[in-house]
Each structure stands twice: as structure tokens, then as C-alpha cells.
Design a protein around this ligand. Structure first.
Ligand code: OGA
Ligand code: NI
Length: 360
């Protein structure tokens, strides 16, 4: 694929307008950018085929039924949750009670953040994943010089909330949004505990959700002159228990389902929820952490906001003993502290591979 762009590629050396240390936003705004610089040209792995539209629809979970007093409705939605987590690992959550105005406002403040002057954003540029406020552009950690078509801001929001002074209102709005999604996630995890046949409060207690680690991550995908050559975010799974994702009505998210890639067209005002690595571990592999990626387009700027909800950083996560016993299957993952697991991200290999146990 890279060969097709030879002769067309522009770099800081060949085009003086292409800044040397840059963000994707600045790159797109540089004059006369007709093609993407060569170090943004992504070579897909053989198992990363093109996506099609799903022939099945992504499951929808009605959150209001989970909090319903009617036991029949609650047990029905718990069955739905079990099926959605087992068959897809991704679902759309509707009737969740988070106001539409708040969801719109949070996308707007993120847009304002990305519109701040470069120097303002660069104050937070750092490679250290433990910086509580971190701005950056997607870099392939395996191949240092390769970039993804994405700028991001990541903020640690729980158990400690980290405050940004600029743009005005950013922290108030994102703080409220994170508080509301945290409440929904904790309720949902009670339902998921039951769906797994565990006590309702098992996940809450075993994962110490009172001090759960929550991250607010906003992604910016500017229009790309050659979208078929670039990649917004490559195939990956998320750490933590559940990620909640929303976007500004511009599609781009694709998920892997039964070995094929699908475009996701979410219902308006829904949360896209995915089961992440630590639910895979806790459920001893019953619920999978599904691979997903974001592609880019040449027309519109896409903004997405991903909020992973995890255990507390000091929690040692292991398969739930009750599941290991009841299914008479040995534990498939070794126990590891969430904090140590996050450090595994540094080598670029899928983190789950490090803790998967194999039996001969
Ligand atoms: C993520 C992610 C997908 C998207 O931030 O982890 O998967 O659609 N984002 O932006
Ligand atoms: Ni993700």
C-alpha cells in the first residue's frame, strides 16, 4: 500500500508547510496538503480486512428496565445483557437517563479544547501514560515513527478528578458527564454480575468500584485527504471493565464480530458500551474484550469520547473463583494488579496475551 503513495508523499523535508512536531489537526490545516505524509500510511495486518455493514444489528439494552421494580422486567434485561456480552461484547445502551444536552455539551467542550492554540495543548504533551492530563497524537509504539490520524486528550477523572483551566467549562461539563456515566456503569455492572451468575454486588466489591479508575479520553479525527491509507486508531481492545463511547454523529468505529469487521451506526443518544479486558479476566473468558478500530474520512471532523471504567488501580484482578469452580474450567488468566496491567501497554503487544495461561 505504501508503494502506491511514492512520489506523492509530503514530509517536513519536501514540504516546508508540514510542521516537524505536529498534531493531525495542525497537519490538516497546513496549506496545500493533498496527500498524507508517508509516516501516516498504515499497512494493515492480514487479519484486518475491510469492514461491511452488519447484516445483524448490534444489541440494544434498555437501561431503564434494569432499575425497574418489576422483577420480571429485570430478569429479562439481565438475560439480554448476558446474550449481548457473550455474543457481541458491544451493545447500545438506551434510556440511560443521562441528558442529551449534557452529551452534546461534552462533545462541544472537547471541540473547544482541540481548537485551543497549539502551545496551550502542548503544555500537556507527554509520553508518560501516568500523567493525569495528557495530550498527544496517535503513535505506534512498536514503530516509533509511525503516526495515526488522531489527536487525543486523556484526563484521569476518578478517584481523583484532575482539573483543566482551559477551555472554560471543560472540567465542569466533563466532570458532570463522568459522574453520570460512572453511576450508570456501576448499575450496569450489578446487572452483569447477576448475568454471570454471581452475587449482585460481586463486581462492585471485588473490583473496589468506590475507588474505581475512570479515564476521560476525547479523540479528534480531522478529515484526511487519503482516508484509505491512514488509520485513526488501529485494532485494539480496551483495558478496564466497561467503556462508554459517544461520537459527534460522524461514523468511523468498526468492531470485530465473528471474525468479520463491521461499521457501527449507533442510535442517537445511546452509549456504545463494550466489555473490556478485565471483564474477560473476571468472567474467565465467558465475556470477551472485543477488538475495535476507528477509520477516518475525507469530509468531516469526527470527535469521539471514550470513558473506560475500571477497577481501582490497586485491585488484583483474577477470574471469579465461583465461575472457575462452577464451570470446572481452570483459571485462564493469571492474577494481576490493574496498575501493573496498565504498564504492559508500553510494549505494544496486546496486554491480554501477557496474562493468558495456556494449558497443555
Ligand atoms: C478508544 C477507541 C474508538 C473511536 O478511544 O479506545 O476505541 O471510535 N475509540 O474513537
Ligand atoms: Ni477502544
Amino acid at each position: 500500500m505504501a508503494a502506491a503513495t511514492q512520489g506523492l508523499v509530503q514530509t517536513a523535508e519536501t514540504n516546508p508547510h508540514v510542521p516537524k512536531r505536529t498534531t493531525v489537526k495542525a497537519l490538516v490545516e497546513s496549506p496545500a496538503l493533498m496527500s498524507i505524509p508517508s509516516n501516516y500510511s498504515y499497512t494493515r495486518y492480514p487479519n484486518e480486512s475491510d469492514a461491511s455493514d452488519p447484516d445483524e444489528t448490534l444489541p440494544t439494552i434498555d437501561f431503564s428496565l434494569l432499575t425497574s421494580r418489576d422483577p420480571l422486567q429485570r430478569s429479562k434485561v439481565i438475560q439480554d445483557l448476558n446474550k449481548a456480552c457473550q455474543d457481541w461484547g458491544f451493545f447500545m445502551l438506551v434510556n440511560h437517563g443521562v441528558p442529551e444536552s449534557l452529551m452534546k455539551a461534552v462533545v462541544d467542550v472537547c471541540k473547544e479544547f482541540f481548537n485551543l492554540p497549539m502551545e496551550e495543548k502542548m503544555k500537556f504533551a507527554d509520553k508518560d501514560i501516568w500523567k493525569p492530563i495528557r495530550f498527544g497524537t496517535g503513535v505506534d509504539v512498536k514503530v516509533e515513527k509511525f503516526y495515526f490520524w488522531r489527536d487525543f486528550i486523556k484526563v484521569f477523572v476518578h478517584p481523583q478528578f484532575h482539573f483543566l483551566n482551559e477551555p472554560k467549562g471543560f472540567s465542569e461539563v466533563s466532570g458532570e458527564y463522568c459522574k453520570r456515566t460512572r453511576e450508570v456503569a456501576r448499575e450496569l455492572l450489578q446487572g452483569i454480575s447477576e448475568a454471570l451468575g454471581l452475587e449482585e454486588n460481586y463486581i462492585e466489591k471485588a473490583m473496589d468500584l468506590e475507588s474505581g479508575f475512570q479515564l476521560f479520553a476525547a479523540n479528534l479525527y480531522p478529515p484526511c485527504p487519503q482516508p484509505e491509507l491512514a488509520m485513526g486508531i488501529p485494532a485494539h481492545t480496551d483495558h478496564g471493565l466497561l467503556t462508554f463511547l459517544i461520537e459527534n454523529e460522524i461514523g468511523g468505529l468498526q468492531i470485530e464480530h465473528n471474525g468479520k469487521w463491521f461499521h457501527v451506526n449507533p442510535l442517537p443518544n445511546s452509549f456504545l458500551v463494550n466489555t473490556a479486558d478485565h471483564l474477560q479476566v473476571l468472567s474467565n473468558g465467558k465475556y470477551k474484550s472485543i477488538r475495535h478500530r476507528a477509520v477516518v474520512n475525507n469530509k468531516d471532523t469526527r470527535i469521539s469520547i471514550a470513558v473506560p471504567h475500571g477497577p481501582s488501580l490497586d485491585t488484583v484482578v483474577s477470574p471469579a473463583p465461583k465461575l472457575v469452580e462452577s464451570e470446572s474450567r481452570p483459571a485462564a488468566y493469571m492474577p494481576m494488579k490493574y496498575k501493573d496491567y496498565l504498564n504492559l501497554q508500553l510494549d505494544g503487544k496486546p496486554c491480554l496475551d501477557h496474562i493468558q495461561l495456556t494449558f497443555t
